[in-house]
Every structure is written in C-alpha cells, then in structure tokens.
Design a protein around this ligand. Structure first.
Ligand SMILES: NC(=O)c1ccc[n+]([C@@H]2O[C@H](COP(=O)([O-])OP(=O)(O)OC[C@H]3O[C@@H](n4cnc5c(N)ncnc54)[C@H](O)[C@@H]3O)[C@@H](O)[C@H]2O)c1
Length: 357
C-alpha cells in the first residue's frame, strides 16, 4: 500500500487537530496546508513540518499530487464552495459538517462524488466515540431487541455557543443536534425520519444572535421509533468547549444508558479553578494517545482513501440529517410539526428565511 499526499484547508481548531494527526502517519507521504490567518498558518506549518503551506487553498486543489483534502474552514459558507471545487478536481474530500447551507448544494456535492466515484464524507466525529460505536453494535447484534426510543440530551458551553453563533446564523439544531441526529439515524438504519416537531427557548442569546439557547427536537421514524434530541449551548464556562451528553436507548429486549458527560476527570488548581479536561467534542492529543473521536476519524478517512475502503459516513446520510435539522428549524419557528420529505413550499420558505439563518 502506498503513502499518499494529503491537504488540510483551514487549520483552526479542528483543521489543526487533523493536520497534527496526519503529520506523522505512515500513510501520509506529504502534508500540505492552506490557512488564511497568516499567524495560524505559520504556527501549524511549524508544528506539523508541512511540505507546503499557503494562504490560497486553490493551490492545494490545483496540485495533482494531492489525493485527499480535509476541508475544515469557517465560516460555513466556505464548505460548499471549497468542497465543490475539490470534488470537481477529482480529490477525495473529507468535509466538516455542515455539508452545505442549502439542500440543493448538498444534492450537487453528493451527485458529483457519486458520478465520479470519489470518496466524500462529512465530519460526524461522534461515530468514532467508542460509547457511540458500542450503542450501534448492541442494536445491530440484537442485544436490545427491536428499538423503541432514542434520547440524546447534549449541552455545550456558552463560549462555544458564542463562537459558532458569532460567525454564522446557524441554529443549535444545525450545528449541535446535527451530531446526535446523525447518531440516532445511524443506529436505526434503515428506518427513515418522517415527522419532526421542535421547540426552542430565547432567553439568553436571541437578543444578540437571533438564535435560540436550545432546541428540543422530536423525530418520528417510519418504523414508529421515537427520537428525542435536546441541544443547548449556554452552559456556564466551567471549561472551554465542555460538552455534557446523556443518552438513553430503549429496545424491546433491553436498554442502554450512556453517560458521556465528561465529568470523570476534574482538574482543580489555585489559578484556574476546577475544570473538566478532555471534555470537548473533537477531543485532544494527550502525549502519545488521542483522547476523543477526531483523531481516529481523521485516520479512518486517510485509510479509506489509501486502501480504497468505504467511508464511515456517507454523504447521502449527511444530506438526510440536513433535511431533518432544517425541518426542526422550520418547526421551531412555526410551532407546527413538519412532515418529511420537505416539500417545495417548505424549501422556499427556508431559503427565504435562510433556514434559521
Ligand atoms: N466534529 C466536531 O466535533 C466539530 C467540532 C467543532 C467544529 N466542527 C466543524 O468544523 C468546522 C471548523 O470549525 P473550527 O472550530 O475548527 O473553526 P475555526 O474557526 O477554529 O477554524 C477555521 C479556520 O479556517 C480558516 N479559513 C477561513 N477561510 C479559509 C480559506 N478560504 N482557506 C483556508 N483557510 C480558511 C480560518 O482562518 C480558521 O483558522 C466548522 O464548520 C464546524 O462546524 C466540528
């Protein structure tokens, strides 16, 4: 098996993790990075020893030696544009969520990858959290019997809520619940979502961002299973980017309760108070070991390209998740349940309002 040349576009928080993870991997022949922030570009170029480092991502797209690109730029308006150019150039693409801002954009990307037989995946990192993988296994092997209900309640800190909502008007459904919708639909495959009802609350963030503090989303599946996803982003900053998640999966023959609240390690210092380390959603490198999901996820895509194996998250599944969080935004705004698939009228309404954007 031969090592390949790979590139990372946007080396901020997540792109930085991806570049650091790729830099020493034996399947990476050369690492290339693109980043518009000159200081950050220099920092990541130095820490990864990247073969090339540029402010212009199109240099990576034009480089015929690069086979795979990780697209990790923000704001999220960049995702469709950069991914489309990369797919048109025949690169295999790992794209951070969200796949796109409009459904037609997602459809186009999915079709481009399919038609040209290109590997294309979206960063639903939580599928690489061992607790989430265990849940999938226990449903697939029949331990829990027939699924009845899936509940995920996730809260992240206000620091992260402000970072996200400060750069783009995308809702907690689109930016946070999206991970758990993907998780629930992955668990319940091949069942399909048919109806969405969501509510939000506007006490803290709405005045400055126009976005709710949380959204609670109920999804009915075509096999009758009930999915409930709660996503909030106003926790006090006990730890930057702390993520607290509680999961209940109930089946006809058993139940699985998962505590993913990351409260099991508390670091208390005179200078910094008490914090919960290793509690972000992407996780972090801790000396010789990666604590979290984003490291293994990054390597999985590298291996999928180098070994010509299927990707874990298909773009079609990411597109299906997108339709549900858009429906959740619509339902939050109107107070009415939304039936899937979204009709033309609903899609026009969403486009006019820019989703919840
Ligand atoms: N899977 C997860 O757990 C997870 C967690 C956080 C964020 N995300 C997703 O990952 C994406 C990145 O989030 P982040 O927190 O790393 O963002 P970030 O803002 O920290 O980093 C993005 C970087 O992209 C750079 N950039 C912007 N335009 C560029 C361009 N044209 N070319 C090259 N670089 C460019 C910016 O300068 C910045 O450094 C987001 O879209 C977000 O939805 C996923």
């Amino acid at each position: 098996m031969k090592a390949i040349e790979v590139g990372v576009i946007g080396t901020g928080w997540c792109g930085g993790i991806r570049a650091e993870t790729l830099k020493d991997h034996p399947l990476v022949a050369r690492l290339h990075i693109a980043e518009t922030n000159a200081e950050r570009l220099a920092e990541v170029a130095a820490s990864t020893g990247a073969a090339t480092a540029t402010a212009d991502y199109q240099e990576l797209i034009a480089n015929p030696a690069i086979e795979a690109l990780y697209v990790c730029a923000t704001p999220e308006t960049t995702h469709y544009t950069i991914a489309r150019e990369a797919l048109l150039a025949g690169k295999h693409v790992f794209l951070e969520k969200p796949i796109a801002l409009e459904l037609w954009e997602a459809d186009e990307l999915v079709e481009l990858a399919r038609r040209n037989n290109i590997k294309f995946t979206i960063g639903y990192s939580q599928r690489f959290n061992p607790k989430f993988a265990f849940a999938k296994k226990k449903l697939a092997d029949g331990t829990l019997g027939e699924p009845v209900s899936v509940l995920v309640s996730r809260h992240i800190t206000r620091n992260l809520g402000k970072k996200i909502s400060g750069r783009i008007k995308l809702s907690p459904a689109a930016m946070e619940a999206t991970h758990d919708l993907d998780f629930a639909f992955w668990l319940l495959e091949p069942a399909k979502p048919v109806r969405v009802y969501a509510q939000g609350a506007n006490r803290v963030m709405h005045a400055t961002t126009g976005l709710p503090d949380c959204q609670f989303i109920t999804v009915t599946m075509d096999n009758g299973v009930v999915v409930m996803i709660g996503a909030g982003w106003i926790l006090p900053p006990a730890y930057p980017n702390f993520s607290h998640t509680w999961i209940e999966i109930v089946g006809s023959e058993g139940a699985l309760m998962i505590d993913d609240s990351h409260k099991d390690v508390a670091l208390s210092t005179l200078s910094g108070g008490t914090v919960f380390p290793m509690s972000t959603m992407p996780g972090e490198q801790v000396d010789h070991v990666y604590a979290g999901a984003m490291g293994p996820e990054t390597i999985h895509f590298l291996e999928a390209v180098a070994r010509d194996r299927p990707v874990m998250v298909t773009p079609e599944s990411a597109r299906a998740v997108m339709e549900v969080y858009l429906a959740a935004d619509l339902s939050t705004e109107t107070g009415e349940p939304v039936t899937l698939p979204l009709g033309n009228e609903q899609r026009v309404k969403l486009a006019a309002a820019g989703g919840m954007r």
